[in-house]
Design a protein. Structure first.
Lengths: 338, 357
């Protein structure tokens, strides 16, 4: 018998740390072995799936159905048995408008204001997000020095929490913040960014692009790297101009990835809440109040918690997201087949 | 001489570095301008946050702001209880002196010579400038822990992150194992079901999940944050795809050795799936540490706040104490930066291959 090689300190430490984990799995083996004996191997996949599916059922599937039920009831009670059935009243309340293009003429004007705000936000945010992600991805795909470093530079905000992102920018944009100091040294006037509705919306869009661009850049970068290099070499041999290479090779071959990015950005954009809520609080007034904040305010912060109305509007949001997700599946299929 | 030419050549190649043959294209110049601007725009705000977090409240109020944290020097002067702030004052006769300010009345400041406390001066405030030195206000970091229970928020965040990630890894890997190793009736249906739940974000079912959590009597407990998001479709999908690539012979061999299915799961498959599990662990830590909307709804008492909620509550107060907020924002940011620093490759390849975050 050869002597056992002595363990290093870190190996010993790992062994000690892993011990409770080992015991946990070993103890669970006793009942699970019993189940296997009784039900046979055929029953084991169900055993393995049970915990996860139970969680899904309890916190996703059952709520999904209750949500619809909720939207058909009124009153301020949370528990379903205490709520009164009102049929489609919540929906007709939400959709009662004299003129759908002017939110102020609607019965529930905050809902429509939220929808309009979200639409404007998504339009600008997704457009510029995709454009800047594309430019960044193309630049990171070039033969540049320290590519890994630059990739990290553009990527790291993705990992920051929405609260941190919002506070970082709020600190810059305050009345006496560094951006206004910069404007003053240029001889301009200070701008109260959170008092003007247009500026507040601009910074909501800007900050959310700043925070999420790295994620989409990464997807596009992976797409760019999948384009066969010989195509570019052939184009260079033929003396094709760079502009032409971009329009004729890069963009068409990247298009399936672009579609995925656009739809993903739409799905995320429609649900915008966190960073803008902390940055502007939805203000000034309701200038940056989006649909998720409307749901949150209606159901959870207003003096009278209107769960029925919150549910009805989240069902509307769910329908929009469902359509977008179908688009995403179609886009993904095209990418994988193309 | 030779050194100088070599040196010039490196600078020359650096400045004209370009792809392929031909002249320096406008895209080359654009690339470097874009990258330089990128560094400024992406790093600048974070650097500014960190620099500002070391400033004293008085330093933060300054306009225009100084780049580095500077603090006004103060001195103990005989006959006065508190340390007095030091100014460089220009006296009426034109001499400059470093004086300590006793009090300020309107636009006139009453000053005293620290070396000679009996001698007092009256100086208009326009004729004095504060004397400052580089000083790091570390109390911004230590005081919130004592005064505002930020230690408690930090602890809650850690508990939520660790417990939720442990549960997620366990039940997701079990489900992935069941879906990838066995052939059984309803497997495809369950897979479609799992992917289907991907389409139902929490924003759509806020009210009913709140009802479920209330029925379980979990409002204002950390379990209300931990449990609803524990089963992630992303995780099941990611782990299943990985486990499908594992060799079947290993599992068959283990069965020959009379290992139970549970033993095969944790002794054979889990260790082999460690790379995928690591990716999921990183994702889960990020999700949980940064989670905001759901905790905002179910945690209403400040004892159970997570860091994110604590920060949000703090910045929403009427009298915003930015010196504390900035420091606590830095604290909230540190774990993410550390994780990213060590695991950048894991994270970026994980996202690029799964298209999820």
């Amino acid at each position: 018998m050869s002597p056992k090689p002595s363990k290093t300190a870190s190996e010993q430490l790992q062994a000690i740390a892993a011990w409770p984990l080992q015991m946990f799995f070993r103890l669970l083996d006793i009942p699970l072995r019993g189940i296997q004996k009784m039900g046979g191997i055929g029953s084991m996949p169900y055993v393995f799936l049970l915990p996860n599916l139970a969680f899904f059922g309890m916190f996703v599937i059952i709520p999904l159905f209750i949500n619809f039920g909720f939207s058909l009831t009124g009153g301020t009670n949370l528990f379903l048995q205490d709520r009164v059935y009102v049929g489609g009243e919540q929906y007709s309340f939400l959709f009662e408008c004299e003129n759908y293009m002017v939110s102020a003429t609607c019965q529930e004007d905050r809902f429509w204001k939220g929808i309009f705000n979200t639409a404007i936000f998504v339009l600008f945010q997704v457009t510029f997000l995709v454009i800047f992600s594309l430019i960044t991805a193309i630049i990171l795909n070039r033969k540049i020095r320290a590519r890994g470093f630059f990739r990290a530079v553009f990527f790291f905000p993705v990992l920051l929490s929405p609260v941190v992102v919002a506070l970082i920018w709020k600190w810059i944009l305050l009345r006496d913040g560094i951006l206004n100091a910069f404007l003053v040294t240029l001889g301009l006037d200070k701008i109260l960014f959170f008092v003007s509705p247009e500026w507040a919306m601009f910074w909501a869009v800007f900050v959310s692009i700043w925070a999420h661009m790295g994620f989409y850049t990464l997807i596009l970068l992976a797409g760019l790297q999948a384009i066969p290099p010989d195509l570019y070499e052939a184009a260079e041999m033929d003396g094709t101009s760079k502009e032409r290479v971009f329009w004729r090779i890069t963009l068409p071959l990247l298009w399936p990835n672009m579609l995925v990015v656009i739809v993903l950005a739409l799905i995320k954009g429609v649900q915008i809440f966190d960073e803008v809520y902390v940055l502007t609080g939805g203000g000034p007034g309701t200038a940056t109040q989006f649909i998720v904040q409307y749901i949150y305010n209606t159901g959870f912060t207003n003096q009278v918690q209107n769960f029925g109305l919150a549910s009805a509007s989240s069902v509307v949001l769910g329908v929009v997201l469902f359509v977008l997700t179908m688009l995403q599946l179609a886009a993904t299929r095209r990418r994988n087949n193309g | 001489m030779a050194d100088a030419t070599a040196h010039r050549r490196t600078i020359g190649t650096l400045l004209t570095a370009r792809r392929g043959r031909g002249k320096l294209h406008w895209t080359d110049i654009f690339t470097y301008l874009y990258l330089a601007f990128g560094i400024l725009l992406m790093f600048g705000p974070v650097v500014w946050l960190v620099l500002s977090s070391f400033k004293t409240p008085a330093g933060l109020l300054e306009f225009p702001p100084t780049l580095l944290p500077l603090g006004q020097i103060s001195a103990e002067v005989e006959g006065y209880d508190k340390p007095l702030p030091i100014f460089r004052a220009t006296l009426e006769d034109g001499t400059e002196m470093e004086l300590a300010q006793v009090r300020r009345i309107g636009i006139v400041s009453q000053m005293v010579d620290p070396a000679n406390p009996d001698q007092t001066y009256k100086v208009p405030i326009s004729n004095r400038t504060p004397v400052r030195e580089f000083r790091i206000a570390s109390e911004n970091y230590t005081e919130p822990l004592r005064k505002f229970n930020f230690g408690g928020y930090l602890w809650n965040s850690i508990i939520v992150t660790v417990v939720a990630t442990a549960i997620t890894l366990l039940i997701n890997s079990m489900a992935a194992y069941g879906l990838s190793i066995y052939e059984f009736r309803g497997r495809n249906a369950i897979m479609i079901f799992v992917i289907g739940t991907l389409m139902i974000p929490i924003t759509v079912i806020l009210v009913p999940v709140y009802l479920v959590v209330t029925s379980l009597d979990m409002v204002n407990s950390l379990w209300a944050v931990i449990l609803p998001g524990a089963a992630t479709p992303t995780g099941v999908f990611l782990l299943r795809q990985y486990m499908l690539t594992l060799p079947r012979d290993l599992i068959e061999a283990a069965r020959m050795d009379r290992a139970s299915e549970w033993q095969i799961y944790w002794r054979v498959v889990l260790p082999l799936a460690l790379p995928a599990i690591a990716v999921l662990a990183i994702f889960s830590i990020m999700w949980r540490w940064n989670d905001f909307l759901w905790p905002l709804i179910v945690l209403n008492r400040s004892e159970v706040y997570t860091l994110q909620l604590g920060l949000n509550a703090f910045q929403g107060e009427l009298d915003v104490q930015w010196h504390y907020i900035l420091a606590m924002t830095v604290v909230t940011l540190i774990p993410v930066v550390v994780v990213f620093g060590f695991l950048q490759r894991f994270i970026t390849t994980g996202i690029a291959s799964s298209g999820m975050k």
